[in-house]
Design a protein around this ligand. Structure first.
Ligand code: ATP
Ligand code: FE
Length: 356
């Protein structure tokens, strides 16, 4: 089947067309992503009202471009998929309204997709990974371990209890006067830094579960920075590099140790083709990738990191998720609503109980 997907849950407006036959794997016929960084730059963060308005203005254009790039018309599309949550409600609503309009006008079935399911199913789209697999979703807004049992069954093993790592990279970059986005800036600065110069805390490592915390680490970097400034009157390039290296090494240590624990839970399920997958913008970080690869090697599991354009927000993952889910559930109707919150794991309380 050929699915047109729409995504507008944060600050990227996206449309994509994906072909899927059966089982794992799909072909991305087109994928258009229009960012909004410029619109929000002056405000130091995403402004929900501005984002929603921009999505409403750009969605039609994205759909047109996606059809044009795939050399298809709406008549060739078998289903319309849209992110129905979680995310900024105005943006999600813009996408849902657009998808409903397309579905009503063409009579094609409509599928509301969970944004996190889109991320979590991307390794199926790109690498034919077999169920069940372990997914670390690590981005600017999310950080969680998921056991992916099927296209509509996800088990959350743990995750951050406060900031997501991407958010921490961005905030720490601001603290030590590095540019945004903070992830790439810190990774670059860290190359020349001494990760051992500053002793930074590794929160929750003493707890045996898969939960993580990154906000205390950010405060520790702030204290270390202020101490240097008090002693020397400012930060040198070397101080910045050492703080960046210390922070990055700490995030890597925490992520890797918690991945080991999640992997142990996963391997106890005796998967036939074990795989550790990662998605989200933070997956671009080389040190994090290497660390995750080490854990997958220790378990003789495949390590899958989809190309970055499919790891960050995009609509191909939404189209693909709907294609796989279409064999498991009925389409949605025009009463489909936008959900600001939408936990992937509907059994979370019992899972947390057994996971801790
Ligand atoms: P979400 O998708 O959860 O709503 P988002 O859109 O902010 O959040 P992504 O676009 O997936 O997230 O990723 C952006 C984040 O990834 C930013 O916080 C950025 O700093 C971080 N990032 C990008 N490259 C790197 C890198 N090389 N190392 C560490 N972090 C990185
Ligand atoms: Fe996302």
């Amino acid at each position: 089947m050929i699915v047109l997907g729409l995504e507008s849950s944060c600050d990227d407006t996206a449309a994509a067309i994906v072909r899927h036959t059966s089982g794992a794997g799909g072909v991305v016929l087109s994928s258009v992503v229009v960012g909004q960084t410029d619109l929000h730059a002056a405000f130091g963060g995403v402004v929900p009202e501005i984002a929603a308005r921009a999505h409403a203005e750009k969605l039609d254009l994205c759909v047109e471009q996606a059809l044009e790039k795939a050399a298809l018309t709406l008549a060739d599309i078998d289903a319309i998929a849209v992110t129905a949550g979680p995310g900024l409600i105005g943006g999600v609503l813009s996408g849902v309204m657009c998808a409903k309009g397309l579905s009503a006008a063409t009579g094609k079935p409509l599928y509301g997709v969970n944004h996190l399911a889109g991320h979590a199913l991307t390794p199926r789209l790109t690498d034919n990974v077999a169920y069940p697999y372990l997914m670390l979703l690590v981005s600017g807004g999310h950080c969680q371990f998921l056991l992916v049992h099927s296209a509509d069954r996800f088990e959350r093993l743990g995750g951050t209890i406060d900031d997501a790592p991407g958010e921490a990279f961005d905030k720490v970059a601001r603290l030590i006067s590095l540019p945004q986005p903070g992830g790439p800036a810190i990774e670059k600065a860290a190359v020349d830094g001494d990760p051992k110069r500053f002793a930074l805390p590794r929160p929750l490592l003493d707890r045996p579960d898969c939960d993580m915390s990154f906000s205390g680490l950010k405060t520790a970097v702030l204290r270390a920075r202020d101490k240097v400034i008090a002693e020397k009157g400012g930060l040198t390039v070397q101080d910045q590099a050492d703080l960046a290296a210390g922070f990055q090494a700490t995030v890597v240590d925490v992520l890797i140790e918690k991945t080991r624990r999640a992997m142990a839970i996963y391997m106890a399920h005796a998967p036939s083709e074990p795989a550790l997958c990662v998605a989200g913008g933070v997956a671009a970080n080389t040190a994090i990738r290497h660390g995750l690869e080490t854990v997958s090697d220790e378990n003789t599991a495949r390590f899958i990191a989809p190309p970055l354009a499919l790891c960050t927000d995009n609509a191909a993952m939404i189209a693909y998720a709907a294609a796989e889910q279409s064999s498991l559930r009925d389409p949605d109707d025009l009463t489909l609503s936008a959900r600001p919150r939408w936990p992937l794991d509907t059994n979370q309380p019992s899972m947390l109980g057994s996971g801790k």
